[in-house]
Every structure is written in C-alpha cells, then in structure tokens.
Design a protein around this ligand. Structure first.
Ligand SMILES: NC(=O)c1ccc[n+]([C@@H]2O[C@H](COP(=O)([O-])OP(=O)(O)OC[C@H]3O[C@@H](n4cnc5c(N)ncnc54)[C@H](O)[C@@H]3O)[C@@H](O)[C@H]2O)c1
Length: 262
C-alpha cells in the first residue's frame, strides 16, 4: 500500500519506536495521528517538531473513552486533510518487571499484572477495534483492493522472556498470537496485520536498564553486535506498509539474538 497521502494512527508515537515510525511515514509523504499520554503542551511541541503532517491527540489506551475521542479526532482531521486512513500501529507499551515470586518470597502483585496486560494487550485490541470500523470504509486501493495495515508491536520476550518478565512476556506473546487471527478476521475488508518482535532497542523504555543487564542482552546479538536503534525498526514499518504480501506474520527484529537467562 502506498504511504503517500494516507493517514496512520500510532499510539505511543511521542517516543522511541513509535516516534521514529511517525518520522519515517511523514518522510514517505504520509500523515500521522499520534496518540500518547503526553500533556497538550508536549503534544503541541511534538506537532511543531514533526510538521503539518502530524497531529497529536492525548490518549490513555487503558480507557476506551479516551481512545474513542482520539480516534474521532483523527477521523475529523482526516476529513479536513482529505488523506484517508491507511492503518494503525498500536505501539504504546510499558515494562514493569517483577518476578512471579521475587527474591524476598513475595508473589507478583495482581494490580501490576492488570496494568501491564491493560496497556500492552487490552489497549492494543481496543485501539485496533475502534480504528478498523473507520478503516473498513476507506476506498480500496490498487489491484488487491487494500484498505489498510495494522502493525502490532510484540517483543522477543514473547519467545524468550527473561527473569521478571512474566507479565510483559504474556502480553507480548498474546500480541504475537493475535497477528494471524486478526489478519483472518480483517482479510475480507482488505486489511493486513503484521507483528514485529524487536529485541533490545535504544529508547526511553530501556533507558532505565542497568549496564549489566544491557550488556548481557547486547552480547546475545549475533550480528550486528549492538542493540537496535529506532530507525532500524521504522524502515521495517515502512516496508510492511508497502509490501502487500506481508500478512499474518510475526517478524523477529533482533540481529539473531535470543535472550538468555539473566
Ligand atoms: N525498546 C525496546 O527494547 C523494545 C523491545 C521490544 C518491544 N518494544 C515495544 O515497543 C513499543 C514502543 O516502546 P519504546 O521502546 O518505543 O518505548 P518508549 O517508552 O520510548 O515509548 C512508549 C510510548 O508509549 C506511551 N504510553 C505508555 N503507556 C501509555 C498509555 N497508557 N496510553 C498511551 N500511551 C502510552 C509512552 O508515553 C511512550 O511515549 C512498546 O510496545 C514496547 O513494549 C520495545
């Protein structure tokens, strides 16, 4: 699908992998609606930085109403620009490492479990379901009659989660598992679904990691022997949008790394 003159919704688009994807889409002539927790002032700064092809909508993906407002805001903006929706990347995500039984013998806190699953799983499904209502009404494009693309953000933790990653791995494993059934659900509307599973990428999410943990993960990268940078992710996002044959897949983006026991 062409990126030019289409609008893509990105949750978590104010930072890291989401922001880099927004930049890449704008570079290719697309428009981006960024949904994030930042306040209006920070949102306006972001709009200034990214230019007129970007709009910011304050949104907490934990709340259906908040998503509904941001999606409606995007639909209204699209009416003004005349650049139809082209897809959604529900990238908002959080960590919150905690072992199922920690070193003090305390069990995992269920509020923390709910929080991680709420943002990383429920929030993803909710944003997708509210967006596809509108995406399904877009005029189909090209010989395949494509209407849009959904780019899910999983993680290598979906396959080789580390100590303290039970909730995070459960959420990201679920996201990876959704790619195929979601692609099957939406095929009749000409909407594709692809999940990306990155290993360690240098973003705010991983900024708080100890040097010991970072080094241990970096050492698992076979080639190149370094953590990923956001542009390594966003060039893949661009390709996923443009390549109609990518559908229902989970793409590992990890320099052949396999996370080890920490
Ligand atoms: N960085 C990595 O190593 C890595 C690896 C694998 C997967 N991921 C996934 O990539 C995605 C992007 O992460 P990142 O590394 O760019 O992190 P990041 O912290 O730089 O960006 C995440 C963004 O999500 C937003 N967000 C968090 N909770 C939200 C909520 N409730 N509602 C709306 N927005 C919310 C944050 O404000 C932030 O802007 C996440 O889903 C993350 O799990 C990251």
């Amino acid at each position: 699908m062409k990126i030019q003159d289409r609008t893509f919704i990105i949750s978590g688009g104010a930072s890291g992998l989401g922001k880099s994807s927004a930049v890449e889409i704008i570079k290719a002539g697309g428009y981006v609606s960024i949904l994030d927790l930042s306040d209006e002032e920070a949102g306006q700064e972001l709009e200034k930085e990214l230019g007129p092809s970007a709009r910011f909508f304050h949104c907490n993906v934990l709340e259906s109403e908040s998503i509904a407002k941001a999606v409606q805001g995007t639909v209204d903006w699209v009416k003004k620009t005349g650049k139809p929706l082209g897809g959604v990347m529900p990238g908002a995500g959080i960590g919150l490492p905690a072992a199922v039984l920690n070193r003090k013998g305390e069990p995992l806190n269920m509020d923390d479990v709910d929080f991680v699953l709420g943002v990383n799983l429920r929030g993803v499904i909710d944003l997708v379901r509210q967006t596809v209502v509108h995406l399904a009404k877009v005029d189909p494009e090209g010989p395949d009659g494509e209407r849009g693309v959904i780019i899910l953000v999983s993680s290598s933790s979906a396959f080789d989660g580390q100590y303290g990653q039970v909730s995070y791995a459960a959420s990201k494993g679920a996201v990876a598992s959704m790619a195929l059934p979601m692609a099957r659900d939406l095929a009749g509307y000409g909407i594709r679904v692809v999940a990306v599973a990155p290993s360690l990428f240098v973003t705010n999410l991983t900024a708080g990691m100890s040097d010991r943990v970072r080094k241990a993960i970096e050492d698992t990268f076979v080639f190149p022997n370094r953590a990923g940078n956001p542009p390594d992710f966003s060039i893949l996002v661009k390709h996923i949008i443009e390549n109609p044959m990518l559908n229902g897949a989970v793409i590992r983006l990890d320099g052949a790394s396999r996370l080890s026991k920490l």
